[in-house]
Design a protein. Structure first.
Length: 339
């Protein structure tokens, strides 16, 4: 049975991201008090291995870091730091997975320990598998979201460069325009990347999903999974609701509130607390399915509209533009230019 946690729940380990952010920033001459302003945390707190923080506190810290160290590449350094400091059994299970498919399975099983603030939804086309990443707990401000996306991109790039020999065949598609600090991308990333895509997507050719790591003993992943602590399947609030919507897309607020055993009014307050809404989450999931269907699978407007249960084609095109800022035809043109 799944359980969920809120953006203010202090359940994230401080040494995974928060402490490295502070330490790297201090090395760059940033005062730790300025960096931790508004977090209700002290540098000494983060050095306690038992200290837990909330996603709200982490977002405040990241926001301060982005403001104090603009265009510094901190997000990329943090991603590389995360990869090479996976000392837990869950982390070792990930690094010793025999291929990418097993890695994705480990991430699903041990999500709370490895990546509690994001989750992915896989979509398979004829030639590629597309992993769409979403925030699992709450929706951060745009600059903070971009920081996390860059950090995750650096993690994936470093992992594939270290463990596999096909980094130039994997593409990350980012949901924002080309940034001013593009030189950081040149310096830190080995995989391919694109900007201005409607969602955050990891695109992998299907033939690479089961290519084995030659340097990893097959038994190691299984061993570390056995040694890892069995924890409750705990996910963030947004992911919990999205999982329910993926199972029952026609659910309304009353249905979700009943599943969470809270009142509809409390659910609406929770949505506001997590910077989202029921309609936003529904739109996000439908948008992602539409983008994959049209941009990656080559569906016609009629096929995509039918898949999403639109009976009016004009309404589908209008809604698609509201979701993505472009028409289905414009997305196809963009995809053609980038192939």
């Amino acid at each position: 049975m799944k359980h969920y946690f809120d953006t203010d729940t202090e359940c994230l380990t401080s040494h995974t991201l928060a402490l490295p952010i502070v330490e790297i920033a201090i090395q760059r001459g940033v005062n730790s008090n300025r960096l931790l302003k508004g977090t209700k945390l002290f540098h000494e707190d983060l050095q306690n291995p038992q200290k837990k923080i909330s996603f709200t506190q982490l977002n405040t810290l990241v926001s301060n870091a982005v403001r104090l160290l603009p265009d510094d590449g901190l997000s990329f350094l943090l991603g590389q730091h995360w990869l090479f400091n996976q000392t837990s059994h869950s982390g070792q299970a990930l690094l010793n997975s025999k291929h990418l498919t097993q890695m994705s399975r480990v991430l699903q099983i041990k999500q709370f320990e490895l990546c509690p603030f994001v989750f992915f939804v896989p979509y398979r086309s004829q030639t590629h598998t597309h992993y769409i990443l979403n925030f699992a707990i709450a929706t951060p401000p745009p600059l903070v979201a971009a920081f996390y996306f860059e950090m995750i991109t650096a993690q994936i790039s470093a992992l594939c460069k270290w463990r596999f020999g096909f980094v130039n065949k994997i593409t990350i598609k980012l949901p924002f325009s080309k940034p001013k600090h593009i030189e950081q991308y040149y310096a830190h990333l080995a995989i391919q990347y694109q900007f201005d895509y409607p969602c955050f997507s990891l695109c992998i050719p299907n033939e690479l999903l089961h290519v084995k790591q030659v340097s990893t003993p097959p038994i190691m992943c299984h061993y570390h999974l056995q040694q890892a602590h069995n924890t409750l399947h705990t996910v963030g609030f947004i992911q919990y609701v999205c999982d329910l919507l993926l199972q029952e897309p026609k659910s309304v607020c009353d249905d979700i509130a009943q599943q969470l055993d809270i009142s509809p009014a409390t659910l609406k307050r929770k949505f506001k607390q997590h910077n989202t809404s029921m309609q936003t989450l529904k739109d996000t999931l439908q948008k992602q399915l539409a983008v994959i269907s049209i941009g990656e699978k080559g569906y016609s407007n009629e096929q995509a509209a039918e898949q999403l249960n639109f009976t009016d084609l004009t309404n589908f095109r209008r809604t698609f533009k509201r979701w993505t800022g472009m028409t289905p035809s414009q997305l196809r043109e963009i995809m053609m230019l980038k192939t």
